[in-house]
Structure formats: C-alpha cells, structure tokens
Write a protein that binds this ligand. Structure first.
Ligand SMILES: *[C@@H]1O[C@H](CO)[C@@H](O)[C@H](O)[C@H]1NC(C)=O
Ligand SMILES: *[C@@H]1O[C@H](CO)[C@@H](O)[C@H](O)[C@H]1NC(C)=O
Ligand SMILES: *[C@@H]1O[C@H](CO)[C@@H](O)[C@H](O)[C@H]1NC(C)=O
Length: 333
C-alpha cells in the first residue's frame, strides 16, 4: 500500500514535471524578467527523480528502481572525468558574455539567453559566441595534446555570479561537444579574466596549474577576426609568446545573414587597441577602471602563487620593453 502510494505520487509529480518543462519553453521570456523562476522549476523537476532513488534504496524493489531510469534532463548528461594528463598545447576561447537561462535550448539563436549590453543586442551574437565554443572544441579534438580553456570572469552584476567561462563550458556540454565528448576531459575554465589580455595571461597560469607547472608549447586563441591585432600584435608580444596562433572568427562566415555590424565593431576595436598599445599590461587608469567595472562581485585574482614562474607578469605594469624578467617559455621554439 505504502509502495503504491509512493509510486502514484511520483507518477503525478513526474507528469507535472513534464508539464513544467513544456511551460518553460513558452514562458522563458517571462522567466528572464522575473529571474529565479527557472531555478524553482528545476527544483520541482528534480523531486521525482531523487524521491524514486530514495524509495528504491529504502524498499530495494526492482519495480521502483526501474522507474528511476528517466531522471530529469538536467541529470542525464554524461560526465567525462577531467584528466588533462600530458597536455602540451593551449587552446583558449575568449569569453564575451554570460548566459542567464538554465535551459540552453536556443542559446545559439536568442539574445534573451544572454546578458548582453545594449550595443550587443540584435546583432546575432549568440550564434557567433556558440561558433567560438565549437571552434575551440574542434581544435582540441584535432590535437589530443591540447588543453581547451574557456576564459572569462563573472563580469556582470545583473547576471549573478555566473562566469563567461562556465557559460561557454555548459554550451559545449549542451551541444554534446559536437560529437567529441572526449574533449571534456581536457577542458577547463578560467573564471577571473576581465579583459582580453587577462584571458591570455590567466589561461597560461591555469595551464601551469593543471599541467604540473609546465607551460604550453603552442598557444592558440579563438576570437573575433577584428581583434586579431590586439591579441597577436599586442598581448602575445607583451607576454613574449613564441608559438602564438590567432584563430580569427568572422561572424558573416558563421552566418551570412548575420546582423553583426562590422563597421561599428571595428571602430570600437580601434579605440581599445590604441589603449592597449599605450598600456599593454592593462593596468593604467582607463583599463584598470574597465577591469574594476567587470568585477562586480570583487573576485580577487588568485593566480600569483599558482604559477610562480610567470608570477612577475601578473604584477608588471608599464611598457612591454620594461618587462625584463625571464619567462618559462623564453627558450622554447
Ligand atoms: C589520465 O590519462 C592518462 C593518459 O591518457 C592515463 O595514463 C591515466 O591513467 C589517466 N588517469 C586517470 C585517473 O584516469
Ligand atoms: C610533476 O613535476 C615534478 C617536477 O618536475 C615531477 O617530479 C613529478 O613527477 C610530476 N608529477 C606528475 C604527476 O607528472
Ligand atoms: C630590470 O628593470 C628594472 C627597472 O626597470 C631595473 O632596475 C633592473 O636592473 C632590470 N634588471 C635587469 C636584469 O635588467
């Protein structure tokens, strides 16, 4: 009797769970504005699953455990154990924004899945961000010695403490790593960077942290094509990286119909490039202020002690030429 009652109530809850999911698709817009609605729904959905497991353990009944075969969707993703033993190269994907919905269905099409600034809206950027994630996954798949790092901090106060890096990671997971789930074992997040220089700098430290204090032989960075000069001519030079490759992504190649405004993007980029040319370590007034504004949760940068060989880079401030410390990758070729 007790058993039947539990099963029946679970069936009812499960039905509700499914309805919730259907509602979620329709009600997404609203959820976004309310905030937190997604989370409550996720909790409701989770109840039938763990109750089944608890009931199954309690009664040891196979009839009950077999009902537990279909856990809620959020629990179904295969988990690939992280094991980056033997990585030699770094593939870094620079983050640009944070996702703000828990359901990622449509994350490559809808602005509403992302926390976007005004100037980023209506430009078909979601598809482009996802294309960057995919490119990184494919590159890491082609080089089995590569560590893939998604880099980007918790940059937006209104988005809550979600990092760009995590957003990108879960997108890869959502798309099943585009058929290459093995890459998950070699994928890490770098969750403190607040600008493009820090994307590269901190990812190098993350690499050392993961790869037993070794540094990558080759570094590849995936980002927008119009930022090539900034990464390749300014950041890679400031860091004296010998084997640096820039992987330029063109929004109109990703999507010929894209509403991406190249003119506007290039104008903005010219200004940022000028600032970094004057201040390659990003510590002067303008860039330091930008960093501060992209760190609403006051996450202090933790990296110094984790990569002692490159630690002087983390604190250097001044022109590139004035950085006269040796670096662990100085004599690699
Ligand atoms: C991690 O990968 C290496 C090399 O691919 C392998 O030798 C090692 O056993 C793996 N470690 C674990 C804990 O799976
Ligand atoms: C890490 O590096 C140290 C020093 O080079 C070495 O002795 C140790 O065996 C390495 N550990 C692993 C797990 O590779
Ligand atoms: C490095 O630069 C600092 C300040 O610019 C200078 O004091 C120091 O002597 C230099 N060290 C070497 C090894 O060149």
């Amino acid at each position: 009797m007790v058993l039947r009652a539990i099963i029946t109530s679970q069936q009812q809850q499960r039905r509700h769970g499914v309805e919730d999911e259907e509602e979620e698709e329709e009600g997404e817009e609203e959820d976004l504005e309310r905030g937190g609605g997604d989370r409550k729904k996720a909790r409701r959905r989770a109840r039938p699953w763990w109750m089944l497991v608890v009931a199954g353990l309690f009664f040891g009944g196979s009839a009950i455990t077999s009902r537990a075969e279909a856990p809620p969707s959020s629990y179904q993703k295969p988990v690939v154990a992280f094991n980056a033993t033997g990585v030699e190269n770094l593939v870094m994907v620079a983050g640009h924004a944070v996702t703000i919905t828990e359901s990622l269905n449509g994350v490559d099409r809808n602005d509403r899945h992302w926390y976007l600034l005004d100037y980023q809206r209506g430009k078909d950027l979601p598809g482009e961000f996802v294309a960057h994630v995919r490119k990184g996954v494919e590159m890491a798949h082609e080089d089995e010695r590569a560590l893939l790092v998604f880099s980007g901090g918790q940059t937006r106060s209104d988005a809550g403490p979600r990092s760009e890096a995590q957003s990108y990671y879960f997108i890869a997971e959502h798309f099943g790593w585009w058929g290459h789930p093995d890459v998950a074992a070699r994928t890490a997040t770098e969750e403190f960077a607040r600008d493009s220089f820090e994307n590269v700098l901190f990812s190098l430290c993350r690499f050392a942290e993961i790869a037993n204090d070794t540094y990558p032989r080759r570094v590849a960075v995936v980002s927008f094509d119009f930022k090539r000069r900034r990464f390749a001519d300014v950041h890679a030079k400031a860091l004296r990286l010998p084997n640096f490759r820039y992987v330029p992504m063109n929004p109109h190649e990703t999507n010929p119909e894209s509403r991406f405004d190249r003119r506007e993007a290039e104008d903005g980029e010219r200004r940022t490039l000028r600032t970094f040319l004057r201040d390659p370590f990003g510590c002067g007034r303008v860039l330091a202020r930008k960093r501060q504004s992209r760190d609403p949760f006051r996450r202090s940068v933790p990296y110094g002690p984790r990569c002692p060989a490159m630690a002087p880079l983390l604190t250097h401030c001044g022109p590139t030429a004035s950085f006269n410390h040796t670096l662990p990758w100085d004599n690699t070729s």
